[in-house]
Design a protein around this ligand. Sequence first.
Ligand SMILES: C[S@@+](CC[C@H](N)C(=O)[O-])C[C@H]1O[C@@H](n2cnc3c(N)ncnc32)[C@H](O)[C@@H]1O
Length: 299
Amino acid sequence: MSELTDAVEVDRALKARHRAMWAQGDYPAVAAEIIPELGEVLVEACGLRGGGERSETGAPRGEGRGRRLLDVAAGSGNAAIPAALAGASVVACDLTPELFEAGRRLAAQRGAEVEWRQADAEALPFGDGEFDTVLSCVGVMFAPHHQAAADELVRVCRPGGTIGLLSWTPEGFLGQMLATMKPYAPPPPPGAQPPPLWGDEDHVRALFGDRVTDIEARKQTVLVDRFKSPEEFRDYFKERYGPTIATYRAIADDPARTAALDRDLAELARRHDQGAGSTAMEWEYLLFTARRSGDEVHA
Ligand SMILES: C[S@@+](CC[C@H](N)C(=O)[O-])C[C@H]1O[C@@H](n2cnc3c(N)ncnc32)[C@H](O)[C@@H]1O
């Protein structure tokens, strides 16, 4: 086998593992119960408002009308669905098509029309400049090769179009949760970069370089207050969130390490807890929007 074929096979195996990881547990429940507002936040930041308003014919009235929009690593449509309700013509793509069943159900419940496509963010099956808006809500950050993924976001966005990303920051809660799990998980493959780097503005600016302009980046938080205790938070993620499930599986035959991870995750939530009587946490993310360079006139 040539070196190139080897590399392709290694990447295929890695992506198959990632797909299996995100398919386990119940990620659609996490999106719906813990961070449902984030998709809407990102859609609005990309200039699409008016979700849900309809004309007499039932057509959406929102500001997304006529816009072709791609949601990358869309999961069950946390951003894709509000984008469609704002009137955009939406393609939701993800490595893990197992999540589309929930996405289709949610879209139907809310009256949104979305096209679902399986795709690796590092090799999108779309043409150059095919979309007016390309966005990703805590999604593309989980593709292991950041430059390859950023190059694809830029490629499929038309000049003058909008790229919008919402990513957990390294120092925020989810970034810290991934850091807490890291010593317990198998080492990442060579070349894979940590997801929360996408929450670092300088890193994202460097990935896009001068291919984007009009950058706006700000850190915000989402309040997570549905858990009664740090332990309830831990057990919820242990049961439903693919990366947490995979980490526990890797140490399943080591009760001492399993107990240590149990303690570390509960402790992390305790440190972030601002609640009185129940656990309330502010989870920080970076909201990044930019315009694809190359069409300064027709922006
Ligand atoms: C935390 S979920 C976010 C899903 C959705 N955007 C949301 O806001 O709920 C991360 C998603 O990234 C997807 N993903 C991971 N690696 C990917 C890759 N290489 N290409 C495309 N999607 C990927 C997973 O399948 C999962 O749906």
